[in-house]
Design a protein around this ligand. Structure first.
Ligand code: ATP
Ligand code: MG
Length: 434
């Protein structure tokens, strides 16, 4: 769960920060206290040395013990009733030589003491010890404070992070719930409430626009299926009529009539085949999966022209003028040129040439036929649209819709105009190759 994980990370960061602070503070404070004790011992030794030569009594300090060492290392307590301090070789050496100092730590009765031994000018030495209880008290108090401050900070950080992260993640939770609901119900009308600015707001907006795009796509799909079933009905009725006629009149038709009916049947079946192919193309957006490559429009035009020359025996010329390279899907683009050529050949007299013109990133196919009625110029790119005068020619009205689809996915535009000297000029303009 994301909330718990982020909270854990936040709390870990807080603990790490506190530990670093506490440890560095501890490291700074302990030497200071140890220093203070060392200074206290040095001061006390000097006080004792100064008082020894006089008759003044030594003021008693409860946390300190003092004793004298003779040069032969015999101990004389300075405060009656105190346990004598243990004497090390280093202390004896100071007493014997009558010069220098020695610092040691000793344990007496289970307690830690710091001991300073300093030589007396006339021989022997003075030893002073101080109980480390103060250091230990500060130490344990520090640890205790650090522990509960850390615990409190962890609790506050955990609580705060848990609620704050819960708030931040709420829109994401909503997004997950909505997409789960859409998955189960298929209802695309859902919309997420605006989550303000920032990353989560951006995510919400992207999600909403993705939903809108899905809605459009689904509506388009519905329309395509509706249009398609409508368009498929006519050739299917014709196929069925011909087949039923053959069935009913079996053996009674003249061979000429039978040939005619069979020819209609084959022709309608072919038209159906072509129509189904185009429909599948439109419905599956098959052309968008082809990889994009940089290509020269005149070469592509020449390939397509060659194929149509062989197939139709027509004269097709390619006129290139300052052509530029384009980034496009070669097969999809060839399909566009094929559809344009197919129309030019279909809708213009057989003995008049057809021209493919390439200028920059623009390609158009011009014929010398009757052209397109001005009212139809916009509509010819619609699915299943066929102009009034051409409905007797075979076709389903999908050719230019496919061109429009493919060119749109390439970021280009399509156009259909009538040439001032007669004939139609239909083509597309692609964006400049980057
Ligand atoms: P399909 O291409 O699916 O076999 P189609 O040729 O009728 O059928 P489109 O290519 O989409 O369909 O063309 C749509 C309509 O535009 C045609 O029916 C025709 O009326 C008109 N049209 C297209 N190109 C030309 C042209 N060069 N000259 C005259 N009319 C044209
Ligand atoms: Mg066509």
């Amino acid at each position: 769960m994301l909330r718990a994980r982020i909270t854990f990370v936040a709390v870990t960061a807080v603990v790490a920060a506190i530990l670093v602070t506490v440890v560095s503070a501890y490291r700074m404070v302990t030497p200071l206290i140890a220093d203070q004790i060392d200074r206290g011992l040095a001061d006390r030794v000097d006080t004792v040395l100064a008082i020894l030569g006089t008759t003044s009594p030594l003021p008693v300090r409860p946390d300190m013990t003092e004793q004298l060492l003779t040069p032969d290392c015999t101990v004389t307590p300075l405060i009656p009733g105190r346990d004598p301090l243990p004497v090390s070789d280093a202390d004896c050496a100071v007493a014997r030589t009558g010069s220098g100092t020695a610092e040691t730590d000793v344990v007496v009765g289970g307690k830690n003491y710091g001991v300073l031994t300093k030589a007396r000018p006339g021989g022997g030495a003075v030893m002073v010890s101080q109980n480390y209880a103060e250091v230990n008290r500060v130490d344990s108090e520090f640890q205790w404070h650090a522990t509960w401050v850390t615990a409190l900070a962890v609790a506050v950080a955990a609580l705060f992070s848990w609620f704050a992260i819960g708030r931040i993640l709420r829109p994401i939770r909503r997004l997950a719930d909505t997409s789960a609901r859409i998955t189960t119900t298929g209802d695309l009308t859902a919309r997420l409430p605006d989550a303000g600015s920032g990353e989560v707001g951006d995510l919400t907006r992207s999600f909403n626009s993705m939903l809108a795009a899905l809605r459009v796509s689904r509506a388009q799909q519905h329309r395509l299926v509706e249009d398609a079933s409508h368009e498929l009905r006519t050739p299917l009725t014709s196929v069925r009529g011909s087949a039923e006629l053959l069935q009913r009149a079996r053996g009674r038709l003249t061979p000429e009539d039978e040939t005619k009916v069979l020819a209609t049947l084959v022709q309608e079946a072919k038209a159906l085949d072509a129509l189904v192919g185009e429909l599948v193309d439109l419905a599956t957006d098959r052309h968008t999966t082809e990889p994009v490559s940089v290509l020269a429009l005149p070469d592509l035009a020449e390939d397509c022209a060659q194929r149509f020359r062989r197939r139709s025996g027509r004269t097709i010329t390619v006129i290139a003028d300052d052509p530029a390279e384009v980034s496009a899907r070669p097969q999809a683009l060839a399909r566009c040129v094929d559809n344009l050529l197919d129309n030019a050949i279909k809708y213009s007299p057989a003995d008049i040439p057809v021209e493919i013109r390439v200028h920059g990133t623009r390609l158009s196919v011009r014929d010398h036929g009757p052209g397109i009625a001005p009212d139809d110029l916009q509509a010819v790119f619609d699915r299943f649209y066929r102009a009034e005068g051409t409905r007797s020619t075979p076709g389903s009205g999908l050719g230019l819709a496919i061109v429009h689809d493919i060119i749109s996915t390439h970021g280009g535009t399509v156009s259909a105009v009538n040439h001032p000297d007669g004939g139609a000029e239909v083509g597309f303009q692609l964006p400049q190759s980057k």
